[in-house]
Design a binder for this molecule. Structure first.
Ligand code: G6P
Length: 470
């Protein structure tokens, strides 16, 4: 069987992990031969051309260093100040400095140059996320003939947002150099197809048109999942139980509403706190009997928009405290740090409501983890944004528009008042979906489709996209 080479910006490390990606992929590689490749997390003035390997908890991980300038342009710049906000439809939060593209390209080239000598001809390469869209182009330019797949963990943008990205034509061409492009949700495949089939190139400025040929690239939805059975076990493990006891002591009779998110503007945290504020304002009977815990480990805090999100949230939480707190009662706790999976599983299990309300999200694995951790006899209720990819597979959650804080407040009330039979019914359907879409099935279905000689599926589309190039 071919080896699997996983490539992502971040490689797995030790300690608590904030994002879902590392959690999901560690499991894949612990079960297949191959290695993981990515950035070491180190910045040096003159990075070595060759990767160095490390054994990290039994995984073979090849890593390269980057220069400070390249990393800034590639990570904080093009990836997280242009691609991330645009793909999440937050053009208002994008900072467009088009020269960052050169650093982004340079780092992708550096990845390819260090990876190529490590490859065997039949290795299957699986590239992850928006940091590395050009990697297949760069590898192919150096002569790689391997099967290469790409998985986008974030949503695919609408045409207008894509047009706002400098060099988007080249990024589309880069996608056409993959054998398989996987997305989280059907809506992402639809947005991609709409763009690729229908958006004509700009005809301004005497640009000539060039065809981008997607006929050898399969594009399909592969919704990622978690490991719900593992979360079920963790939630009653000694560490999970310890967290449950600790929280029970702190909460007394109060019912817990829980949010767990990286501190990111796409997660809709200020809107969530506002919805909670409205819940308390509209339902005096709930004061002193509910408590919101928001866990929000800081993320990308060198970027101004992230600092501002953090400040906004501080102010929002302060406002709710000022409005509703009493000497012997606090309406919420806001914790800016990451917790390990066992502690999180305990918190999920205790929470009567899992509040997962991103403004836009690729999938959102917290929703899956919350479902996995519930007590089947007395499950909590998932309140879920309809703009998370998870909404496509969890229709039995209470789906809300996170921009409409009245609606979210009312969903919170309904969740808190929901009779046990309905909670059980909804949870059973959610758990079935979480099991069906678990991380093993996700990885297997993507890798089966990427395997050499696999037959194109009915979802395949032959797309010719006309790009204008200078
Ligand atoms: C999201 C992205 C991942 C990323 C994670 C953490 O889940 O899809 O690619 O690793 O956020 O963000 P960070 O910038 O800290 O790697």
């Amino acid at each position: 069987m071919s080896r699997i080479v996983i490539v992502s910006n971040r490689t797995p490390g030790k300690g608590p992990v904030a994002g879902g990606l590392a959690v999901a992929l560690r499991k894949v590689l612990s079960e297949r031969e191959g290695f993981w490749f990515g950035w070491s997390g180190k910045l040096t003035e003159q990075p070595a051309r060759e990767a160095r390997f490390e054994d990290i908890d039994g995984l073979q991980v090849g890593q390269i260093d980057l220069t400070r300038d390249d990393h800034h342009a590639y990570y904080a710049g093009f990836s997280n100040s242009i691609l991330w906000p645009s793909f999440h439809l937050r053009l208002d939060l994008a900072t467009i400095e088009s020269h960052w593209y050169e650093g982004y390209r340079r780092v992708n080239h550096q990845f390819a140059r260090a990876l190529l000598p490590l490859l065997k001809p039949d290795d299957v390469i699986w590239v992850h996320d928006y940091h590395l869209i050009p990697l297949a182009s760069e590898l192919r330019a150096l002569g790689a003939r391997n099967r290469i797949g790409f998985y986008l963990h974030i949503p695919f943008p609408t045409a207008d947002a894509l047009y706002a990205i400098p060099h988007h034509e080249e990024l589309m061409r880069d996608l056409s150099r993959y054998d398989l492009v996987g997305m989280q949700a059907r809506r992402d495949v639809a947005a991609f197809t709409e763009f690729a089939e229908h958006q004509m190139p700009s005809t301004f400025g005497g640009h000539r048109s060039e065809t981008i040929d997607f006929s050898r690239t399969e594009v399909d939805a592969f919704p990622i999942g978690s490991d719900p059975d593992a979360f079920a076990r963790l939630s009653v493990s000694p560490a999970g139980t310890k967290m449950v006891h600790r929280m029970k002591r702190a909460l007394g009779d109060q019912r817990l509403i829980l949010g767990v998110d990286r501190l990111d503007y796409s997660k809709g945290l200020p809107q969530r706190v506002e919805a909670y504020e409205k819940l308390l304002a509209n339902n005096a009977r709930l004061r002193r009997s509910v408590h919101l815990l928001q866990v929000a480990p800081p993320s990308r805090d060198s970027i101004k928009e992230y600092q501002e999100t953090s400040d906004t949230l501080d102010a929002m939480c302060g406002r709710v405290m000022g409005h509703f707190a009493e000497p012997d009662w606090q309406p919420l706790t806001y914790v800016k740090r990451a917790y390990g999976q066992p502690s999180l599983a305990g918190l999920y299990r205790l929470a009567k409501v899992g509040l997962v309300t991103p403004l836009r999200d690729g999938m959102n694995l917290v929703a899956h983890e919350y479902v996995g951790s519930q007590n089947p006899a007395d499950p909590g209720v998932l309140v879920l944004s309809r703009f998370a990819g998870a909404a496509e597979i969890f229709p039995e959650a209470l789906l809300v528009n996170p921009f409409d804080t009245d609606e979210t407040a009312e969903a919170l009330r309904i969740a808190l008042d929901m009779p046990i039979e309905e909670r059980q019914q909804r949870w059973q359907a959610l758990m079935n979906a979480a099991k069906h879409h678990n991380v093993d099935n996700w990885a297997a279905s993507f890798l089966d489709r990427l395997a050499p000689g696999s037959m194109p599926q009915s979802g395949t589309r032959d797309i010719l996209y006309l790009a204008s190039v200078a």
